[in-house]
Design a protein around this ligand. Structure first.
Ligand code: 4AD
Ligand code: MG
Length: 481
């Protein structure tokens, strides 16, 4: 008999039918009731064993974690908590799980503990929900852009350039560290290396994305990116996934509109397609918050928070306006910020971003027109203002509980300006000739942004540590599995 997925059985009404289910034992109660999960849904099906007619030795092998195949009759359940169950006529153990050794017992485990056994944590309800939502969001990203006619562009993972100019790159090399080829002056001879030049893992697909946008009009990338920044926080990974659309003929306002539309589309998709998972995570969060004092609990539960995000326009303001708000804010006046905002030009830290979003506006915020000095070389320069301040057409989207979720800008399409900025920042123009060609041949206004995929999954699932929304997190001093 072919296997039926539990997800389909839980909604079935054709009682009396013979079915076979394969899955893993979650619990086995009273020598009679097996809760089985096969991953197709967060919910389990109950299989009822006639223990009086079942071999004692077989019953002993029905343990948490064991893989089983069960055949029996689908019946309406008399018990509480489920609508259907399977009356077992045949049971086979596909793979035993020693209850003395299996680390996942039917009780609540801490997320920290589960992170250490990330190879098994998929089998918990929490991670079932998180990774189902991650999947749904990834699918929805492609759906959104496909519906809009964007071309999915696979930009390289190994590159020779530093797209962000921040120098946080992982070197890719086949040079033997015990036998480094050297030039006469002692420097490393990269001509001997695999690619004949220094290469690294990409920090962003943007620069290559721009090349494609200047032919297809609208493209997006969605792939892994790598940053060797030593940030051991709940929001940074050394390997993370980024969605980077790049559009010809979009100015910064078009760019913001697209980003806001995308975020709302993705949240709406999760609400519409991951009901069971979100409901589970909502309740999980509510339980967790019961441990906290009243004033530290969230005002909105997970579903209400997502709904709120859909129903409200994101607040749009300039960096200059934001700095004024921050300068006059209570935590700044009372010196509670770790980094005090003294005036214009300061880089915003996550404490400032979170103040704006969580305390001041209490909704998602888009900040624009940052000082050129704190942003990347490719952003379009604005006219210098009366005070001689130089700003660029950057836009960052800040989310409650997350901080920066999107970073983007209108791009500098004027060759002279771009060369000037690269010169200021000591970015070697001769190595970027291919990039500069877009400005030499048919340059046009264009814009794009990067959405950090894990930060999005964090927001939608209500999880609090980015290590819990990617299957196998890579962080400083950790590359297990
Ligand atoms: O602001 P970032 O550095 O922008 C870029 O890389 C641009 N090239 C994007 C573009 O315009 N095409 O990164 C974009 C987003 C951030 O807003 C954040 O959500 C996420 O990527 N991000 C990280 N997520 C997890 N771990 C890290 N270490 C991250 N660094 C950035
Ligand atoms: Mg950024």
């Amino acid at each position: 008999m072919t296997r039926t997925k539990i997800k389909d059985l839980l909604n079935a009404t054709d009682f009396g039918r013979q079915v076979t289910i394969n899955g893993w034992v979650k619990t086995f109660r009273n020598n009679q009731f097996i809760a089985i999960n096969d991953g197709s849904t967060i919910n389990n099906i109950q299989a009822v064993v006639d223990f009086t007619n079942t071999d004692e030795a077989l019953l002993k092998r029905i343990t948490t974690g064991a893989a089983v195949s069960v055949t029996g009759t689908l019946v309406e359940s008399l018990g509480k908590g489920q609508r259907v169950e399977v009356k077992v006529s045949q049971l086979e153990i596909l793979g035993d799980s020693d209850p003395e050794k299996f680390p996942l017992q039917p009780k609540k485990h801490s997320l920290e503990f589960l992170r250490e056994i990330a190879h098994l944590r998929f089998r918990t309800n929490t991670f079932n929900a998180v990774f189902k939502i991650r999947h749904a969001l990834a699918f929805a990203v492609h759906k959104f852009f496909n519906e809009k006619g964007f071309v999915y562009m696979h930009t390289p993972i190994i590159t020779g350039s530093d797209a962000e100019g921040a120098g946080e790159m992982f070197r890719v090399s086949t040079i033997d560290p015990d036998n480094i080829p050297r030039n006469e002056d002692g420097s490393i001879n990269y001509k001997e290396d695999f690619f004949g030049r220094p290469t690294n893992l990409t920090v962003s697909g943007q620069l290559e994305g721009e090349l494609a946008a200047m032919a297809f009009g609208e493209i997006y990338t969605f792939g892994p990116t790598f940053r060797a920044e030593n940030s051991n926080t709940t929001r940074h990974l050394a390997e993370f996934w980024m969605i980077e659309p790049e559009m010809a003929f979009y100015d910064i306002t078009d760019n913001m509109d697209l980003a806001e539309e995308l975020l709302k589309y993705l949240i709406r998709y999760a609400l519409g397609n991951c009901g069971d998972e979100l409901e589970f995570l909502r309740n999980r969060l509510l339980e967790e918050e019961k441990q906290k004092p009243q004033n530290e609990r969230s005002e909105l539960d997970l579903l209400a928070k997502l709904q709120f995000c859909l129903e409200n326009d994101f607040e749009r303001l300039t960096y200059t306006e934001a700095v004024e708000i921050l300068r006059n804010s209570k935590p700044n006046q009372k010196k509670q910020f770790k980094y005090l905002i003294e005036g214009w030009g300061a880089d915003l830290q996550s404490e400032h971003e979170r103040y704006l979003v969580e305390k001041h506006f209490k909704k998602p915020v888009i900040l624009t027109n940052y000082p050129a000095e704190i942003k990347s070389f490719y952003m379009r320069l604005n006219e210098t203002d009366e005070q001689g301040r130089r700003t660029v057409r950057a836009m960052d989207i800040l989310f409650p509980g997350i901080g920066e979720i999107v970073g983007g800008s209108q791009r500098e399409e004027r060759l002279e300006n771009l060369l000037g900025r690269m010169d200021e920042l000591n970015i070697p123009a001769h190595e970027m000739d291919w990039y500069l060609d877009t400005r030499r041949f048919g340059s046009a206004p264009h814009s794009g942004f990067g959405l950090g995929f894990e930060r999005l999954v964090l927001f939608v699932t209500g999880m609090t540590n980015i290590r819990d929304v990617i299957p196998f997190p890579r962080t400083p001093k950790n590359a297990e599995f």
